[in-house]
Design a protein around this ligand. Sequence first.
Ligand code: NDP
Length: 293
Amino acid sequence: SSREAVTVIGLGAMGSTMAEVFLAAGHPTTVWNRTPGKAGKLVAAGAVEAATAAEAVAASNLVVISQVDYAAMDQSLAGVDLTGRVLVNLSSDSPDRLRSASQSVAERGGMLVTGGIMVPPQGIGQPSAYVFYSGSQEVVGAHRETLEVLGRADFMGADPGLAMLYYQAMLNMFWTTLVSYFYSAALVGTAGISAEDLRPYAAALLSDLTDEGPMGFLKILTVEIERGVYPGAENNLHMQAVGSEHVVHAFEQVGLDTGMPRALATLFARADAAGHGLSGLTALIEVIRKPAT
Ligand code: NDP
């Protein structure tokens, strides 16, 4: 085969799909997982199962890793010769953890590319899939064709922490958006209203947020963030702080969890107390930047 050989370490939901997609694209693929017995389907599709992590790393210059976190890589690759190897770790961890991992892989003669993959398993290799990469642009460039089998490769910068900074920025939005929907579904559910009845309103809200027209909140508030100017004449923050308490009360009155609404009300109150009451919602970014002590 003329395709680049690749090793996949970690055969969980993500790693096993990555290996599947590499095989389907014609890449000679070696796989390894800490717990044996997860490679059966992949071997049937043409993968080579390495007996040890050392063997797996020796098999290909390019090693793609997908495990629960970076400690898993440290454990799996302890004592393994990394000389000349390109490790592309697509696992989750903190930006600082990626920076220290990058340094220790370099000290062992290897090169770490850090990545944050922005799709669930079934999205890997699909047209909407993309991955945030950071580290050496040259190394990402040299393996771009292979990496893009998984999804579009977006290079974010040389700082190895950037892949996760972007990843967590996105994951934070993904989780809070969806979890706030769960809260809202639970709230209407206490009155016997089905989530299906709420969904069209939720969908309209989400598309209004991203509207490119003059009423699109994301666009308007981005300009406010960039300028550091938060007009509040029509929607002042004090009014919204009071309103956010009402949201907490609504959840309290029906006996639901109030954790997330309360976290918001606390943030709003802190901004109000800090003197942002006459500003708009975006003034919250000022108190987000100055955590409560
Ligand atoms: P799974 O729970 O399905 O798989 C976890 C993998 O990590 C297994 O291969 C497991 O091996 C391995 N592992 C855990 N601890 C260790 C260890 N100490 N040493 C060696 N191997 C270890 O997770 P996913 O595949 O879903 O996720 C993998 C990564 O991808 C995570 O960092 C996740 O945050 C990220 N991710 C997941 C997405 C998803 O939708 N699933 C989407 C985007 C990113 P073993 O079989 O031996 O336990």
